[in-house]
Design a protein around this ligand. Structure first.
Ligand code: FE2
Length: 381
């Protein structure tokens, strides 16, 4: 039975298609002849912060991430179920920015494949047998065709998996790194390149005219390892950690209130339409965005259906219809090149999701065909 049909979204359900329905980019990145590295999962983010003590207070004292190792220049943090050295490096530097989005690959030979793949794309490639970060061995970093610093590694120092160490867990325990989210001007261009790298689309947001606003892409069998969000880029939109259950996210909100830190809550808590996950967005002392995320769904079957949402569906980003704050659409972190300099940001020329859905010029609906405008229709901002 064919699964490449498109079901139009007349009812309350999003459009479901059997294959990636994202239109082709007008400026595609060529597909390399080289075999891509076999990426297992997103593994860690190398993040530059301007005040290491302030960041430690946020990520360790408030969010409860586990310190694997630290010195005056960097702090290596992991989540409770992690068994590799770290999921987040906080590195002291002059400009708050993302220095690398790091992926674990399946075998050491996949590093050779990464070098060949990105060399063929004409990208800057740097390989360090001793790694770029403590606890990580042979690694390849590249400036990818979208301008993002990507890292690939296999060799890693193993540490204790603290899954069973409940005496250490807090009510808001962060148990896994779930995903990255990247801002890039041309989403179809980004999707094709990531598909060439072996990623698959699980969900996306489009409009009837064929503009793509965002796409969620996976290697591990969850909704995503990274998402491509349309906007001025390259920039880091957020890093997301998982909790076991929804109540853990509520506990984080309660703790932030008790600490008189409710102003670090940017958006949520809520239920996403896209991904079906429960979410909360926070901003760290440098403004880097952190999502707390839980309970998305299995995507590992080869015929996993792609879910396409109408950009005007007011339940796509919040299933309960709560508005998305403008800062969530407009603000994001710079990314660095391999010399540590901020990458120039290129403006998006396609329609902006915020402009087509929020305010006088944009519209959203709760039920397709409704003309009524009101509190739940995205006109509150
Ligand atoms: Fe996310």
């Amino acid at each position: 039975m064919s699964t490449d049909h498109v079901v139009t979204g007349d009812g309350p359900e999003p459009v479901v298609t059997g294959t990636d329905p994202i239109p082709a980019s007008s400026n595609p990145i060529p597909t390399p002849a080289a075999t891509p590295p076999d990426v297992v999962r997103c593994a860690y983010l190398d993040l530059v912060v301007t005040d290491l003590a302030a960041s430690r207070a946020f990520y360790v004292d408030v969010l409860g991430l586990v310190v694997t190792e630290e010195d005056d220049e960097a702090i290596y943090l992991r989540s409770f179920e992690e068994f590799i050295h770290h999921n987040l490096v906080l590195r002291k530097g002059p400009v708050a920015a993302a220095a690398a989005f790091a992926y674990r690959v399946r075998t050491p030979e996949d590093l050779d494949r990464a070098v060949a793949f990105y060399t063929e794309l004409g990208c800057r490639v740097e390989r360090r047998p001793d790694g770029f970060a403590k606890g990580i061995g042979d690694s390849v970093r590249v400036e990818d065709p979208l301008g993002f610093p990507y890292e690939f590694f296999y060799d890693v120092e193993h540490v204790e998996r603290l899954a069973w160490r409940y005496e250490l867990h807090t009510p808001g325990a962060l148990v896994r790194l779930d995903h990255f989210n990247q801002v890039t001007p041309d989403v179809p261009r980004a999707v094709k390149y990531m598909e060439d790298l072996g990623f698959r689309v699980t969900e996306d947001i489009q409009d009837e005219a064929g503009t793509t606003y965002a796409a969620w892409m996976r290697r591990k069998p969850t909704v995503h390892d990274t998402a491509m969000t349309g906007g001025n880029g390259p920039r880091l939109h957020h890093i997301a950690f998982s909790t076991h259950e929804k109540h853990n996210i509520i506990a984080i909100c309660d703790k932030l209130g008790a600490l008189r830190m409710s102003d670090v809550i940017e958006r949520g808590p809520g239920r996403h339409g896209v991904s079906n996950a429960f979410y909360l967005y926070l901003r760290d002392p440098d403004g880097h965005r952190v999502e707390i995320y839980t309970q998305d769904y299995w995507t590992g079957d080869p015929d996993n259906p792609v879910v396409t949402w109408d950009v005007h569906d007011n339940q796509r980003r919040d299933w309960w219809g709560n508005p998305v704050v403008p800062s969530w659409y407009t603000e994001a972190s710079l990314v660095l090149d391999l010399d540590g300099n901020p990458r120039p940001v290129v403006a998006r020329t396609d329609d902006s999701e915020m402009e087509v859905t929020v305010g006088a010029d944009g519209f959203s609906y709760t039920r397709k065909g409704d003309e009524e405008k009101g509190f739940k229709l995205g006109h509150t901002l």
